[in-house]
Write a protein of this length. Sequence first.
Length: 73
Amino acid sequence: MDLPTRISSCSSTAIDNIFIDTFNNAEFSVKPLPNGLSDHDAQMLTLYNIKIQSSKAHCYIHRSINESSIFEF
């Protein structure tokens, strides 16, 4: 995709990069998103038909705070 993200009176440049692994036939679109906040347009990436794996593992961290741990700190 070749869309400029910075446009001035004498040039236009594409300075932002989006990397997508298309090996698994991912469906996506990238469009310019002028935000009016600066001279750079944002890029809007839309992903279609994505599969998100659910995470079943939970990690809990417990930190003991007592006189000894405060002294070691």
